[in-house]
Write a protein that binds this ligand. Structure first.
Ligand code: PM9
Length: 458
C-alpha cells in the first residue's frame, strides 16, 4: 500500500492528563522563573516544546524491554543487546554507554583533545563546545554561510564548507586538528541536514590530512529522512541504509539517545579505533561507571537498544517529521518568520524578525519564549544570544546571527490538534508583537547559562 499521509504509525495506549492554567497563574509562574522557561515547573506547562530530549513516548516494546533489565554491575546482557544494535544499525565496532550525550562528549574530548587544539564543527552545540573548551581546545565554525540565514532555502544547510576547513588547516596545521565534529540535523541552525555528498567530500579531504571525523549522531535518523527526500539517488533507499551509510564515513560518534532513540535517558560513545576505545573505556569508569553500563541501568540500555531499531523505521520517521512540517506549514501560512526549510525536530521562530524593535542584548528570543508561555502555557526555549554564551577568552557575549525560539516537538507525544493550538498561540502573540518588551539578565551562571539564568522585564 502506498501511504500518502504522515498519520501516526501507532495507537495510544496510555495518556498523561495535563493541567490547565489561567493567564494570572502563568504570569506569576514566569516571574518566579525569572523569565527562563527552563525554570518553570513542568506541571504549570500545557504543551511542552522545551525540548525533544528525553521527552518522547516509549513504545510498548520498549516498556516490555524495561522489565527485562539485567541489573548486574558488570556484563549485563542488556549491554550486549545495545552493542549488537549499535553494530547492526550504525556499524561502529566499539560502544561505551554513557548517562547521556554530554557524558560521551566529556570522554571523547578528554581522550582526543590536547591544549591548544582546534576543533572545527558544522556550528557549535552548547554542551559539545563546552567540553571541547574544558579539554583545552578551541571550537571553529565551518558550516556553510547559508546556515546563518533563516530564510535561505538551501536544502542542506548543515553542510560543511570545506574551504573554511582548509583555511584552518593552512593556518594551524592538520596536526592541531584531531578531528572535525560533524552534527546531523544541526540543532542550532534549526534542525538542518548535511548531505551525503558533502560528507563523502569531507571524508576524502580529511583522509588526505589525517583528520578524523566524529559524528554527533544525536538526530541521525531525521537527517537520513531529508537525504531520502532531497538528495539525488536516495529516494528508494531505506532510512536504515542511509543512517548506516552516514556512519560509514566517520571514525566514531557521540550520541544522545534521548532524541532519535526514543528513550528518556541514555547515550553512548562509539569508536572504530581499538586503542582509543581502550582509553575511553578506562576513563569512563571515572565519570560514568563501568564500560558495560556507563551510568545507565540495565533496563535503560534495553529500552535504548529497542528504540534504536524503532528510530530507523521509515513509517516512524515520516510521521515524526510530518508532524513538524505540519506545524511549520501552518506558521508559514500565517507569515510568521521561521527558519526555512523547516527542520527535523522543531520549528524555529526568527526572533530578530518577529521583534525588530528589540536589540539582541535585550534578549528577544528569551522574551518571546516567555510571552508565548504567558499567552497559552506552551513552553518553548531560547536558541540565541543566551544559549551562545560568552567567548571563554575575552568574556564578551557571542552575538549569533540566528536569534531563535525553538518549538521542539517530542516524538509520539502530541496530536495534530495540539499543533493547531500551538499555531493559534503564536498567531495571537504575533498580533501583539509591538508591545513585547525586552529583558535584562540579572543572574548569570558560569556554564551553559541558558539553563539557569534569570531575567527581569525592561
Ligand atoms: N540537546 C536539546 O534540547 C538537550 C540539552 S540543551 C537544551 O536540544 C546535540 C546535537 C544535542 C544535545 C542535546 C547534545 C547533548 C549533544 N548534541 O542532552 O547530554 O542536541 O543527552 O546531549 C538538547 P544530552
Amino acid at each position: 500500500m502506498i501511504h500518502h499521509s504522515w498519520a501516526e504509525p501507532f495507537k495510544i495506549k496510555m495518556v498523561e492528563l495535563l493541567k490547565m492554567t489561567t493567564p494570572a497563574q502563568r504570569k506569576k509562574a514566569l516571574q518566579n522563573a525569572g523569565y527562563n522557561t527552563f525554570l518553570l515547573k513542568s506541571e504549570d506547562v500545557y504543551i511542552d516544546l522545551l525540548t525533544d530530549s528525553g521527552t518522547s513516548a516509549m513504545s510498548d516494546q520498549q516498556w516490555a524491554g524495561m522489565m527485562l533489565g539485567d541489573e548486574a554491575y558488570a556484563g549485563s546482557k542488556n549491554f550486549y543487546n545495545l552493542e549488537a544494535a549499535v553494530k547492526k544499525y550504525y556499524g561502529y565496532k566499539y560502544v561505551i554507554p554513557t548517562h547521556q550525550g554530554r557524558g560521551a562528549e566529556n570522554i571523547l574530548s578528554q581522550i582526543m583533545i590536547k591544549k591548544g587544539d582546534v576543533i572545527p564543527g558544522n556550528m557549535y552545540f552548547t554542551t559539545t563546545r563546552l567540553h571541547q573548551e574544558l579539554a583545552g581546545g578551541v571550537f571553529y565554525d565551518v558550516i556553510i554561510d547559508e546556515a546563518h540565514d533563516s530564510s535561505n532555502l538551501f536544502p542542506f544547510k548543515g553542510n560543511v564548507d570545506i574551504g573554511k576547513l582548509e583555511r584552518l588547516v593552512k593556518k594551524f596545521g592538520a596536526k592541531k586538528i584531531p578531528y572535525i565534529c560533524v552534527a546531523t540535523t544541526v540543532n542550532m541552525a534549526g534542525g538542518q541536514p548535511i548531505s551525503l555528498g558533502n560528507l563523502k567530500d569531507l571524508r576524502n579531504y580529511t583522509n588526505k590530512h589525517g583528520i578524523k571525523i566524529i559524528l554527533d549522531m544525536t538526530r541521525v535518523a531525521e537527517n537520513a529522512f531529508f537525504i531520502q527526500q532531497r538528495e539525488e539517488g536516495y529516494k528508494r533507499k531505506s532510512i536504515a541504509s542511509i543512517v548506516k551509510e552516514i556512519c560509514s564515513y566517520t571514525d566514531g560518534a557521540t550520541f544522545s539517545a534521548k532524541k532519535d532513540a526514543l528513550v528518556n535517558i541514555g547515550g553512548f560513545l562509539a569508536l572504530n579505533d581499538k586503542n582509543k576505545y581502550e582509553e575511553a573505556s578506562n576513563l569512563v569508569v571515572v565519570y560514568e561507571g563501568l564500560h558495560t553500563y556507563g551510568g545507565l541501568a540495565g533496563r535503560d540500555m534495553e529500552a535504548m537498544a529497542i528504540g534504536i531499531g524503532e528510530s530507523v523505521n521509515d513509517n516512524h520517521i515520516r510521521a515524526r517529521i510530518g508532524q513538524v512540517l505540519y506545524l511549520g506549514k501552518k506558521l508559514n501560512d500565517l507569515k510568521i518568520p521561521i527558519v526555512n526549510p523547516i527542520g527535523g525536530h522543531g520549528i524555529f521562530i526568527d526572533a530578530k524578525k518577529f521583534l525588530p524593535h528589540l536589540k539582541q542584548i535585550q534578549f528577544p528570543a528569551q522574551a518571546l519564549a516567555a510571552e508565548i508561555y504567558e499567552d497559552s502555557g506552551v513552553r518553548t526555549m531560547e536558541r540565541g544570544i543566551v544559549s551562545a554564551g560568552r567567548n571563554s577568552k575575552t568574556g564578551d557575549h557571542y552575538y549569533p546571527e540566528l536569534e531563535l525560539v525553538r518549538l521542539t516537538i517530542p516524538r509520539r507525544v502530541y496530536t495534530q490538534a495540539h499543533m493547531d493550538v500551538i499555531a493559534e498561540s503564536i498567531e495571537s502573540v504575533y498580533a501583539k508583537r509591538d508591545k513585547i518588551k525586552g529583558l535584562e539578565m540579572i543572574y548569570e551562571p558560569a556554564y551553559l547559562r541558558f539553563f539557569q539564568a534569570k531575567f527581569k522585564k525592561l
